[in-house]
Design a protein around this ligand. Structure first.
Ligand SMILES: NC(=O)C1=CN([C@@H]2O[C@H](COP(=O)(O)OP(=O)(O)OC[C@H]3O[C@@H](n4cnc5c(N)ncnc54)[C@H](OP(=O)(O)O)[C@@H]3O)[C@@H](O)[C@H]2O)[C@@H](O)CC1
Ligand SMILES: [K+]
Length: 615
């Protein structure tokens, strides 16, 4: 599933309108209908404002993943129903999810009766049916009503907060469909209705012609207490900066009303590109994202403000995203399989042996931080590689003998106190020369001459090189742009603090636009970058980014990053290329974390070793 910026979305709108000749009003009409369908679906579920949001956050409940509240309609092949993927939370659209098979109704029910359609189907009166008589239809003739746009005995009353741009136009179109479904609506204009232009003005006039009641902010009283839900169509991808004036007041009032809020496209007040929240910003129960997923909806804190995100098609061809140069994707099993060519089933050859699956060299751990090396080494094995050699300081070696009998140990030299020194580089290079992957960083510590030590590994390693933890801190202190590179891939796996040191920023600046920063860094430095944290971002040297949504808040525990280093290294050893290994490694790490959290009495009890055991 593609992730777009506001500018890319505008380009895609233009391409559809100008190249395909689809009128803008048709797109807006589709948008309005999609929003109305999701409001109706929400009314059917009967979710309260807070109840709806709880399913999305996944922060407290055992086994909650945070991605269970996502659904998408853009690409029907997403997921493929793979049980291996654990992707059960996804569904194609609100319509197919809700109607339980009523769509595509052939007019024949389970008992073989014709003429009565499924739930919500209209009864059609045949010419000879007579008033009050049963529906009589000619043989083979059936007409189905639109269940997605029908709500029985609602008693619902929704306020439609409309801005003066196209986002407002979407909301006004939705209002007509809601009214048709029997839901009472009141339009709330943020600006004088006369100030609307273009398609939004067309929607304003259609709503007025239909007799929908309307109030204007600053002129009329707006009764938030009397409504049962709110459509937020104040600001979309055309908004700039913090909401001003009437927009800010309406957002604040909507949030404090405690009512369910369904946002059109993005929550008003959200930066659609970065996920930053302006003050104020809508906190939605559901966000009906139109056409393409906006980057800001998958990056925190925006992902938290959006509630459940539903992506709905409005007639813009999915394939046009690549034409428009979209380089970011939400990481799904489908993306792994088709875009990246990963065998997500991790098939093993019946003839395979330990030599088939590759050999990792891990240079890690020191006396006080031996566990980091052990975790990374064990994770590499659990990721499926054939062999792991753990290179470590001589003085540490006796203490870890037997800790994991499957791991081979190699004394690399080092200091009397069980730490590393610059002289170990030659031995690490010698060991790495006959192995498929070299990984370093976990528990490494800092030592005199560590910059030169890392330069020797950087320039001398022939196979893929994975750098994490202190190896990244060493790198941050070096001007490594001058280092020669033997043409093998490098994978960096920083958490936001390490990323801040690498990029010379504050951690807050790193978190402000994770996708943008990861892309800029990876392309500038020619590395595969894994920016860890909730919804990890993987960026490639040729300018592609993937946002992972597997994982669990319980994974915020010491050693979880070391486990990821091991998983990525283990996948590299098995022959995955650097991008495949980084992306699939992050994905598997998150899935294992979800499983491990679900197996605990409380996810707070999760420790890094549990992630390894859940691989
Ligand atoms: N184009 C298409 O074909 C399709 C578009 N679609 C929909 O359109 C949305 C994008 O529409 P858009 O570009 O009209 O911008 P939109 O988000 O409505 O806001 C612009 C208005 O807000 C105002 N404003 C801005 N910042 C503000 C602030 N901080 N505080 C207060 N006001 C602020 C600004 O006023 P101005 O500053 O110019 O006076 C202007 O009036 C998109 O998200 C999707 O929902 C879909 O229907 C598909 C087809
Ligand atoms: K909105």
């Amino acid at each position: 599933m593609d992730l777009v910026t506001a500018e890319q979305m505008r380009q895609l709108d233009r391409m559809t309108i100008e190249k395909l000749g689809i009128p803008a009003i048709a797109l807006m009409e589709n948008a309005g209908r999609a929003i109305a369908e999701e409001v109706i679906a929400l009314c059917r579920r009967g979710g309260s404002a807070h109840g709806e949001r709880a399913g999305r956050s996944g922060s407290g409940g055992v086994g909650g993943s945070g991605r269970s509240g996502w659904s998408g309609s853009g690409d029907g092949s997403e997921d493929g129903g793979s049980s291996e993927s654990g992707w059960s939370g996804w569904s194609r659209s609100g319509e197919s999810r809700e109607d339980g098979g009523a769509s595509g109704n052939s007019g024949e029910d389970g008992a073989g009766r014709r003429g009565e359609c499924g739930p919500g189907a209209e009864r059609i009166r045949g010419g000879n049916g007579g008033v009050g008589g049963p529906a009589v239809l000619p043989p083979g003739f059936a007409v189905s009503g639109d269940r997605a746009l029908t709500l029985d005995a609602s008693g619902e009353h929704w306020l439609i907060l409309a801005g003066k741009g196209n986002n407002g136009g979407d909301g006004l179109a939705a209002a007509r469909y809601l009214r048709e479904a029997g839901i009472a609506v009141t339009l709330v204009y943020a600006a004088a209705p006369e100030s609307l232009a273009g398609e939004a003005a067309v929607q304003r006039d259609a709503a007025a012609a239909m007799g929908l009641p309307a109030v204007v902010y600053g002129r009329d009283v707006i009764d938030f207490a009397a409504c049962s839900g709110i459509v937020d169509a104040l600001l979309g991808t055309g908004s700039a900066g913090a909401p001003r004036g009437a927009y800010a007041a309406l957002i604040a009032a909507a949030n404090s009303s405690g009512k369910r809020i369904v946002s059109a496209d993005i929550p008003s007040g959200l930066n659609a590109d970065t996920g930053e929240l302006h003050e104020p910003c809508i906190h939605a129960a559901v966000t009906v994202c139109l056409a393409f997923l906006k980057r800001g909806l998958v990056q925190y804190p925006g992902a938290g403000a959006a509630g459940q995100v539903v992506v709905r098609s409005i007639g813009i061809p999915a394939a046009s995203a690549r034409e428009a140069g979209v380089q970011a994707s939400l990481l799904t099993p489908e993306v792994l399989r088709t875009r990246l060519g990963v065998d997500v089933s991790r098939r093993r050859s019946p003839e395979g042996h330990k030599g088939t699956y590759g050999h990792v060299l891990l240079a890690a751990g020191s006396l006080a931080m031996s566990g980091a090396g052990l975790l990374a080494a064990r994770a590499a094995l659990r990721a499926g590689c054939g062999l792991v050699t753990w290179a470590l300081p001589d003085k540490l070696l006796p203490y870890v003998i037997g800790a994991a009998p499957e791991i081979m140990l190699a004394a690399a030299g080092g200091r009397e106190d069980g730490t590393w020194n610059a002289g170990t580089a030659a031995e690490v290079l010698r060991l790495g020369a006959v192995r498929d992957v070299t990984a370093t960083g976990p528990g490494l510590g800092r030592f005199e001459g560590d910059g030169e030590w890392l330069r020797m590994l950087w320039e001398g390693t022939q196979g893929p090189l994975v750098l994490d933890a202190d190896a990244l801190n060493i790198l941050a202190d070096c001007d490594y742009s001058a280092w020669s590179c033997p043409g093998r891939p490098v994978i960096l796996t920083p958490h936001p603090g390490e990323m801040a040191r690498l990029a010379g920023l504050t951690t807050a600046e790193v978190q402000r636009d994770r996708i943008g920063l990861a892309l800029a860094y990876a392309t500038q430095h020619g590395v595969v970058l894994v920016l860890k944290g909730a919804h990890s971002v993987i960026a490639t040297p040729d300018g592609e980014a993937y946002v992972n949504i597997t994982g669990h808040p319980g994974m915020g525990t010491g050693g979880a990053g070391d486990v990821l280093t091991g998983i990525i290294s283990g996948l590299l050893a098995q022959g995955l290329n650097a991008v495949q290994a980084a992306v699939f490694g992050v994905y598997l790490h998150g899935l294992a974390g979800e499983r491990a959290a679900g197996a605990r009495t409380h996810p707070a009890g999760l420790i890094a070793g549990d992630i390894i055991e859940a691989l």
